[in-house]
Design a protein around this ligand. Structure first.
Ligand SMILES: [Zn+2]
Ligand SMILES: [Zn+2]
Length: 343
């Protein structure tokens, strides 16, 4: 399997992408290289058709297992960054990448804060081990551009009530309604990895797509990345479903001023204009607690956090008693508060 590693030209140590500085950074001597000015080693390498799942680490010589989806990983023996080049070329070449901006230290600090320094989580939960599990993952996404031709027909009424003399009149006017709308959506993101929970990924939005870069493999150095599990055609139904509520809202907004509106015909023709394969940055910790699985996920660009920390009933009552003197607050309310995702 062709492996790309990023050795420092000055000292030979492994280099990783640093989101803060935006540079490929040497972990030995601190040398920084601007990625935009580097030649992408992917473009220069000739790939064999070898599809093995074990790769040979060029730094320590270990044989490391890589899952079939993995495109970038870190050697589990020495920590060197490795990018599996043959899974990033041809049909599998990403068009764009949104590089990490939040550093690992910042993500770990946010995780601690998210757990309220253990205040709302069971005793012994916040251990060094959990923090160590913090992983920077580039999640494969399709960014869709969808154009929609919408035609609706229906029936509307305007009802007016007035009094003349001793009589009250109700006047109902009937209207035939016809609207034609063009609704175009760009940068509509759909998660393309079967490993990632779709709802969780949706909650991490929005991502600042204006900061997307043309794909270069050094952005992956030091992070985990997967190739897409579903192509843009397979995910098109999900993309259409995602815009359907926006389309409905636009239709309603186009037919106003009536007492009642009922549609007899709604035709929505959606054209797939473009779908770009992109990699989106997410910090993640996955952990088990009391046989339940929890996920902390953080938008690697904006710092938005989603997921649910485990709750300790005893500590929550104590916390509320201390803060507000209120002991009647239900656990339900607290779960609701935790679900919103706070920093
Ligand atoms: Zn160096
Ligand atoms: Zn190694």
């Amino acid at each position: 399997m062709p492996i790309i590693d990023y050795k420092c030209p000055s000292c030979g140590s492994g280099m990783v992408f640093n989101g803060r500085t935006g540079a490929l950074t040497c972990q030995g001597c601190g040398r920084q290289d601007n990625i935009e000015e580097l030649l992408d080693p992917l473009k220069e390498q000739v790939f064999s058709e070898d599809r093995g799942s074990v790769y040979h680490c060029n730094s320590c010589g270990a044989d490391v297992m890589a899952e079939a989806e993995t495109t970038a990983t870190v050697c589990s023996f020495c920590g060197s960054a490795a990018v599996l080049g043959d899974r990033l070329t041809g049909k599998l070449a990403p068009a764009k990448v949104l590089p990490f901006l939040i550093s690992k230290d910042e993500a770990m600090a946010a995780f601690r804060k998210w757990c309220r320094n253990g205040l709302l989580t069971p005793a012994g939960f916040m251990t060094a081990d959990r923090i160590k599990g913090m992983t920077g993952i580039y999640v494969p996404f399709w960014l869709y551009e969808l154009h929609n031709q919408v035609e609706v027909q229906g029936h509307a009424t305007k009802v007016r009530t007035y009094t003349r003399g001793d009589y009250q009149y109700t006047e109902t006017q009937h209207f035939a309604v016809y609207r034609k709308l063009r609704l175009n959506y760009v940068n509509l993101p759909i998660d393309a990895s079967h490993k990632m929970d779709d709802a969780l990924m949706d909650k991490l939005e929005p991502f600042p797509y204006e900061r997307l870069k043309g794909f270069k493999s050094p952005y992956l150095a030091g992070y985990i990345a997967d190739k897409y599990s579903y192509d843009d055609r397979e995910l098109l139904p999900r993309a259409k479903e995602k815009i359907s509520s926006y389309i409905e809202a636009s239709i309603s907004a186009a037919v106003t001023g009536y007492t009642s509106v009922s549609f007899t015909n709604k035709q929505i023709d959606t054209t797939l204009k473009q779908a770009d394969y992109c990699l989106i940055p997410v910090w993640m910790v996955k952990y088990d607690y009391n046989r339940k699985e929890y996920i902390f996920a953080m938008n690697g660009q904006t710092g938005k956090v989603v997921g649910k920390p485990p709750l300790s009933k005893g500590k929550i009552s104590a916390w509320f008693a201390g803060v507000a003197g209120a002991t009647f607050l239900s656990l339900k309310l607290i779960s609701w508060m935790m679900g919103g995702g706070f920093l």
